[in-house]
Ligand binder design. Structure first.
Ligand code: PCA
Length: 195
């Protein structure tokens, strides 16, 4: 059976819970559209994220990779269009290239418009086709995953979806969506990605 690799991230900074981890764990082992979900939780540590994802891609040879991450200030499901070749230095906050000889950006190879449409219409969640995933780990994992797939000539779609904090774990006033509704939305996104 084909597999889809679904990644979430561990808690980071002031976020004691990362809903991307909870959603990935919830969907782990489910068969969606005839494809088995294999979930992986990544540490929020530059280069340790990619080491684990590359190993999982090599082992599973998945049909698709969908990475999830928390965007703590957003209230919508943000389907990222591309990843850019920069990363932030956690010390100085300066930006520098992820790969000095890499292209400026990689576009997600997921069917983004279709995924946005089904999340809105079937899961009834607020959703955006979003510019790019920032300069921290979420952009890093998307850039490097797309680069790995391209440089290894793999037949594998990949993309990134940012999600808000779960209502159950949100701080007062923080935008959020209920965890179960996000699980349902990501399930539909997977079904659409592998169709
Ligand atoms: N969100 C961060 C990194 C881990 C996560 O869940 C980001 O948006 O880069």
């Amino acid at each position: 059976m084909k597999t889809i690799l679904l990644t979430g991230f561990e808690p980071f900074h002031s976020n004691a819970v990362n809903p991307s981890q909870l959603i990935a764990e919830r969907l782990n082992g489910e068969v969606i559209g005839g494809v088995r979900v294999v979930a992986l939780t990544l540490p929020v540590v530059f280069d340790e994220d990619t080491r684990r994802v590359f190993a999982a891609i090599e082992e599973l040879q998945p049909a698709a990779v969908i990475c999830l991450g928390l965007s703590a200030g957003t209230g919508s499901v943000d389907v990222e269009m591309f990843a850019v070749n920069h990363r932030i230095s956690e010390g100085s906050k300066a930006l520098y290239p992820i790969e000095s000889d890499g292209p400026a950006a990689y576009f997600s190879t997921l069917p983004i418009d279709k995924i946005c449409a089904v999340i809105e219409e079937r899961a009834q969640l607020p959703v955006r086709r979003h510019g790019y995933a920032g300069s921290f780990l979420c952009n890093h994992i998307l850039y490097q995953t797309l680069r790995y797939i391209e440089t290894h000539g793999l037949d594998c779609a990949a993309g990134f979806i940012h999600i808000p904090q779960s209502t159950e774990h949100a701080a007062e006033g923080q935008p959020s969506l209920p965890l179960e509704e996000m699980v349902a939305g990501i399930r539909i996104a997977i079904e659409t990605a592998v169709a």
